[in-house]
Design a protein around this ligand. Structure first.
Ligand code: COA
Ligand code: AMP
Length: 632
């Protein structure tokens, strides 16, 4: 039996002993009473119940005390501004302590929520760690979301304070945050008391009396705050992710289990040692940014890179290689779409030759299905193992991965390999029975989930049960479909719901439909994900107009595109809509989105037996051809 099998066997047979052993790598203020509290089974499980700890202490203070004070903890590299800055563990600790003091002076205490709406600047990481230090609960909102999305999160999380910046920087565009924050606070009034603003030189912010505090002034005046012990089961953060409606799901992450799993993952999955440099080219607004820009590398005593730029165009497709060389990056983690973008600009990977990448040991990819072409191309140009691994906002760390620090398994293109020890993954049919190897089914995880996975949704226990636990009793429903081969490798093929992955960003077509349905001329609509060579998938909208609308179709589709950008944000990448006379439906009225997606992708389409009127499919194909799709 291989080492991976051995660990998996131990983890599943006796999870408590297995995870208690991993937990010895964390500093606890008080030990746990129970490793796994299952008193709320079959829906609620809590790891390390009774223990007390502090995540910021384990990420910073512990290393300062343990001899890493002068090691770089965070390197900010921003081709967007042409600046670079390195912070040692001591410096980052000092900043986090001051920021915690500033937040405390603004009334933030243990358990209070703080929304962090920021671009990729060091203050974003400092603010996250400061909340952790106080035991406050942060909720980072990705900068590419619009005011309405920010408002939804404010209403749900009810933060006392928002920490933000005057702007984000996108290639060719300065994204001013003040109009969005002001609008969000109008949409969600009487909740937020204070707004802390990092003023960047690229855009100003007019401080509103009594509400806004300049980050610099607040930090200068602050008394550094010490680490507040919290229960291991207390929330560290809430991260909102797309659900199947416009109301996003507030994924809750605890403190204790999260630390244990992330610390374990650094050596065992990523095979990286303390003191080495880890780079997750993602954004702090996504789960990858939470786990592998901020928390895991710091918990492990590594140096983390905060990169404000894009894989291409900042300034060119060699940026990643420059960063790897300059900062001695050992492990790079990004989404396959980033490599597709680089390949498009530099198909032979010629720019790699200009750099010394000898320190790089592995590339990890996640966020969307990794197509074999991208896998092979990346392997060829980098000459290191390229590891596809699968995870979700809900897990906070990889659920299926080649665990390089345990035992490197052969790569099978199209598969993220086998379950990480602790994840009991089964492929189920609709009756909750396991399907034979090689057959498609719902990728499900037998409960209890291992540490770091969400214990519930913020303020929404019923939704947690309904969305994840009801369809397959005893299992967590991942929402992904796929199959397991004879060797236990899992192939993640598609979603079973309306989630699409656009450039590694998780979006809900249902949320876009809700926005489009709000257009005064739209009677009915549908949004589907269609294949895209660069982004993996992009959304495409179908609009059925109300009778008597006399605007041109071009005007209406332009308005629809603008509306989604305004309500959800540019990140939705909703650029194409088409007007159709009617939508294909089953006789019971269900819109046949899957069939429309197949037509758009030029795939073979079998007319569904339940379709109300097959002639509609021809109308859809014709409409799609006009906007450049359905070219089989
Ligand atoms: N703030 C404001 N706007 C943002 C934003 C942010 N933080 N992030 C993205 N946007 C905007 C983009 O500028 C773009 O706007 P546009 O429609 O005016 O061009 C839009 O949202 C769509 O963004 P995206 O889908 O990311 O496309 P892109 O063309 O800007 O970049 C890639 C494409 C592939 C280069 C980029 O998505 C990428 O690097 N992805 C891989 C890494 C990653 O972030 N993965 C996430 C999880 S691991
Ligand atoms: P997010 O919550 O944003 O991390 O998105 C999670 C979803 O992204 C998963 O449920 C999958 O649909 C998809 N995903 C993430 N990683 C992979 C992968 N390696 N292969 C296939 N799909 C993936």
């Amino acid at each position: 039996m291989g080492r991976l099998d051995e660990l998996q066997k131990q983890a599943l047979r006796d999870p408590e002993t297995y995870w208690a052993q991993a937990a010895t790598d964390i500093d606890w203020d008080k030990p746990w009473d129970t490793v796994l509290d299952d008193s709320g089974a079959p829906h609620f499980y809590r790891w390390f119940a009774g223990a007390e700890c502090n995540t910021c202490y384990n990420a910073l203070d512990r290393h300062v005390e343990g001899g890493r004070a002068d090691q770089p903890a965070l390197i900010y590299d921003s081709p967007m501004t042409g600046s670079k800055k390195s912070f040692t563990y001591r410096e980052l600790q000092d900043k986090a302590a001051r920021c915690a003091g500033m937040l405390r002076a603004l009334g933030v205490e243990k358990g209070d929520r703080v929304i962090i709406y920021m671009p990729m600047i060091p203050q974003a990481v400092v603010a996250m760690l400061a909340c952790a230090r106080l035991g406050a609960v942060h909720s980072v909102v990705f900068g590419g979301f619009a005011a309405a999305e920010l408002a939804t999160r404010i209403k749900d999380a009810a933060p006392k304070v928002i920490v933000t910046a005057s702007c984000g920087l996108e290639p060719g565009r300065t994204v001013e945050y003040q109009p969005m924050v002001d609008e969000a606070l109008e949409l969600a009034p009487d909740i937020v008391q204070k707004v802390v603003v990092v003023k960047r030189e690229q855009a100003d912010w007019t401080l509103r009396d009594g509400r806004d505090i300049d980050w610099k002034d607040g930090m200068d005046a602050a008394e550094p705050a010490d680490c507040t012990p919290v229960a291991a089961t207390d929330p560290l953060y809430i991260l909102y992710t797309s659900g199947t409606t416009g109301q996003p799901k507030g994924v809750v992450r605890d403190n204790g289990g999260h630390m244990v799993a992330l610390k374990w993952s650094m050596k065992n999955i990523y095979n990286i040692d303390p003191g080495e440099v880890f780079w997750a080219a993602s954004d702090v607004g996504w789960v990858v940014g939470h786990s592998y820009i901020t928390y895991a590398p710091l918990l492990h005593g590594c140096t983390t890179i905060l990169f404000e730029g894009k894989p291409v165009g900042t300034p060119d497709a060699g940026t990643f290689w420059r960063v790897i060389e300059e900062h001695d990056v050992v492990t790079l983690f990004t989404a396959p779409t980033a490599f597709r973008a680089i390949k498009k600009e530099d198909p032979t990977g010629a720019l790699v030759q200009n750099h010394d990448l000898s320190k790089l040991r592995a590339l990890f990819l996640a966020g969307e299905r990794c197509d074999p072409d991208t896998l092979h191309w990346s392997e060829e140009i980098l000459g290191v193992p390229v590891i596809d691994h699968w995870w979700q906002t809900e897990s906070g760390w990889p659920m299926i991965s080649n665990c390089l620090g345990v035992e490197q398994l052969p790569v099978k293109p199209g598969s993220p390999t086998r379950p990480v020890p602790g994840f009991d993954i089964r492929i189920l049919d609709d009756a909750c029975a396991e399907v034979p190897r090689g057959e498609m089914g719902a990728i499900s995880i037998k409960l209890p989930l291992p540490p770091s996975c969400l214990p519930t949704l913020w303020n929404a226990d019923a939704r947690w049960i309904d969305a994840y636990l009801s369809d397959y009793p005893g299992y967590y429903k991942t929402g992904d479909a796929g199959y397991m081969d004879e060797d236990g490798y899992i192939y993640v093929m598609s979603r079973t719901d309306d989630i699409i992955n656009v450039a590694g960003h998780r979006l809900s077509t249902g949320a876009m439909e809700e926005v489009l349905a709000g257009h005064p001329d739209v009677a009915e609509c549908a949004v589907i994900g269609v294949s895209d060579q660069l982004k993996g998938q992009v959304p495409l909208g179908f609009l059925v107009l109300k009778a008597g609308v006399d605007k041109t179709h071009e005007d209406i589709t332009k308005e629809a595109v603008k509306l989604v950008r305004e309500k959800i944000g540019p990140v939705a990448a909703f650029k194409t809509a088409t007007v159709v006379p009617r939508l294909p439906k089953t006789r019971s009225g269900k819109i046949l989105r899957g069939t429309m997606a197949k037509i758009a992708d030029g795939a073979e389409v079998k007319t569904p037996a339940t379709i109300d009127d097959p002639a509609i499919l021809t109308e859809i194909a014709d409409a799609l051809k006009v906007v450049g799709y359905a070219q089989a």
